[in-house]
Design a protein around this ligand. Structure first.
Ligand code: ADP
Ligand code: MG
Length: 585
């Protein structure tokens, strides 16, 4: 029952997905009503044929009524087929809108939101959860109205034939509904669990495929297969248990069908003998009983389907209801980033809001527009965290981050991220041609601009050496170029967005020092006004930097020019000595 409540409570968040299919839904229900009424007329004609036409040996009337019955049946078929067709359009249209709404919503999510759900779960929600919901919408559109009409009309007509006989329904129908409910409510928890395990299976497969090279390199196929088998087996057990409960539904329904036929014939027979009703009437009564029970079995199925999809409804509603971490409520319309200056005023940040560990503590930092800044620090010292606050990939827990002299929150995310471009440490390309990949950040870039960006990023040469050059095709995730080449393409892609601030987070780690030097020199020459932040483990990356920031354990330990830091900062001096002098020896 809880899951039915979940379904109803959460379904209202999905309702906007009905959109233009509302008309189809209404038409489907109208046709269903017509179909049901026609279906109910047929048995009463049959009763007249038997009790009047045949009993009075009127062949003409028999033929006339039979023809009428055929005509009504055909009409009924037409109405039924139309209703089904429209219900299918409604439900699939609803599903496709729902996918679109959810997908669009996910695009608004920040990093933290995405980490909360995890991509395997988001994939299951958008695919199989929505598929379940589509089925519920179909069943709902088709059968809820049918059952209602059928119940009302069939009961009215049955009572008209015999009040006493109708009492049978009063006993049998509640019992039937109760029986089916008892079974479904036991099966439901298994469905909910199934959704969760589906996520897990997805995760196993996704992780395997995404890292297939590592798996092969470590020859861990067997291990992966075992992991998959375990998950697959878990799912089998759960669904098998659910199916065990469900397998009783048809036999129970049949049992009630037979019980009602037997009791109707028994009690009805007595009424015929007593002269209260005719044989034809008894026959139509049996038909009504079948229809009524059928309708109740139908509605139970609808409810069952709703319960089955209710975990999915809850999960999809969750996506839609979710308020993304990055709110744009403070954004001022049309506010543009005027220059590439950056300020951190006493910034603290932690990833886990309820946790105690700060990834950044008391950061104060002022970068002038057009400066080139290096960031040095051991792994885990929060270099990446620091720069991710600038384009609002995360928001500071306290303190203020400013770009162009204004709080980052006063810009729309679109404007801010267009002007602050970050080449992430874990970056990726997409399947498609190199030119498509480079234009990904800026669709309008001309061929000349694309080539210029590639030249600055020292990518032009190797692109030209490939068959097809800029039109050569990359596989999913940019398969087909080396690590260092991929990094250079990512830099070129970022440059094409024409940012005011460019952040390179270990973006040249796989590029040799000579090429790296040519990239930084080109950046300086062709983009003198752009603020550049370069995170690197290599001292050589900082050659063109105006100032260098030294980070340790989420704090800024020092900031200054090479000479200043070498004289005053121990981490800097040690790192420099190891790298430069070590290289000399
Ligand atoms: P760096 O870039 O200097 O190597 P990071 O900024 O990536 O360091 O990480 C700083 C700290 O924050 C590390 O302790 C790391 O474990 C933690 N951290 C980084 N990213 C996340 C995340 N998405 N969720 C939780 N903790 C994170
Ligand atoms: Mg990092």
């Amino acid at each position: 029952m809880d899951s039915l409540k979940d379904f109803i409570v959460n379904f209202k968040y999905l309702m906007p997905a009905l959109g233009k299919y509302k008309k189809a839904a209404q038409k489907s229900m109208l046709f269903t009503t017509i179909e049901t009424i026609l279906e109910l007329i047929v048995p009463s004609i049959m009763a007249i044929i038997i009790d009047k036409a045949i009993a009075e040996k009127d062949l003409g009337l028999t033929v006339k009524l039979s023809l009428l019955m055929i005509f009504i049946s055909l009409l009924c078929m037409y109405a039924g087929a139309s209703a089904t067709r429209l219900a299918a359009t409604t439900s699939t249209g609803f599903g496709s809108n729902l996918r679109k709404i959810s997908f669009n919503k996910i695009q608004e999510y920040g990093f933290r939101d995405l980490e909360y759900y995890g991509s395997p779960s988001l994939i299951t929600r958008l695919t199989s959860d929505i598929q379940q919901i589509i089925f519920s919408v179909f069943m709902g559109t088709r059968f809820i109205i049918k059952t209602l009409v059928m119940a009302i009309v069939a009961v009215t007509l049955s009572v008209k034939i015999s009040r006493n006989l109708s009492l049978i329904f009063l006993v049998l129908i509640p019992l039937l509904v109760l029986g089916i409910f008892a079974l479904t409510t036991r099966a439901i928890p298994t469905f909910r669990q199934f959704r969760k395990e589906f996520d897990n299976l997805n995760q196993v497969v996704q992780e395997n495929l995404a890292n297939i090279r590592v798996v092969k390199a470590f020859v861990r196929n067997d291990y992966e297969i075992k992991k998959f088998d375990r998950q697959n087996q878990t799912m089998f057990k759960i669904i098998d248990k659910g199916a065990g409960f469900m397998s009783f539904i048809t036999p129970i329904s049949n049992l009630f069908m037979f019980l009602s036929i037997i009791s109707i014939i028994y009690f009805g027979g007595k009424e015929i003998i007593g002269g209260l009703i005719g044989v034809g009437e008894l026959m139509s009564f049996v038909t009504y009983a079948m229809m009524l029970l059928g309708a109740f079995i139908g509605i139970s199925m609808v409810m069952m389907q709703m319960m089955m999809s209710s975990p999915g409804v809850v999960r999809v509603a969750e996506i839609i209801k979710h308020i993304p971490e990055m709110d744009e409520s403070l954004a001022q319309e049309g506010q543009e980033v005027e220059d590439g200056s950056i300020d951190f005023d006493n910034v603290f940040f932690k990833y886990d809001k309820s946790g105690e560990n700060f990834a950044l503590s008391g950061v104060n930092l002022h970068i002038k527009s057009g400066e080139t800044i290096g960031i040095l620090g051991p792994t885990g010292s929060s270099k990446s965290t620091l720069v991710q606050l600038i384009p609002r990939l995360y928001d500071a827990s306290s303190g203020r981050v400013k770009v162009g002299g204004r709080d980052v929150k006063t810009y729309s995310l679109e404007e801010l991220r267009a002007k602050v471009n970050i080449v992430l440490q874990k970056n990726t390309l997409f399947s498609g041609t190199i030119a498509e990949n480079l234009r990904w950040g800026n669709n309008e870039a001309s061929d000349e601009e694309v080539i210029e960006a590639a030249k600055i990023a020292a990518a032009d040469d190797f692109i030209n050496q490939r068959d097809g050059g800029y039109n050569s095709v990359l596989g999913q995730g940019g398969v087909g170029v080396s690590g260092g080449q991929k990094q250079r393409l990512c830099i070129a892609r970022s440059l094409l967005t024409k940012p005011k601030i460019l952040i390179l987070d270990n973006s040249t780690s796989a590029v040799d020092t000579k090429t790296e030097a040519s990239i930084t020199a080109s950046l300086k020459k062709y983009h003198p006004d752009m603020t550049k932040i370069i995170i690197s483990q290599r001292m050589s990356s900082f050659k063109d930097c105006d100032r260098i920031i030294v980070m340790d354990e989420g704090r800024i330990e020092g900031i200054g020019s090479h000479q200043e830091l070498y004289a005053t900062n121990e981490i800097y001096r040690k790192t420099y000595d190891i790298q430069e002098k070590g290289a000399d020896e």
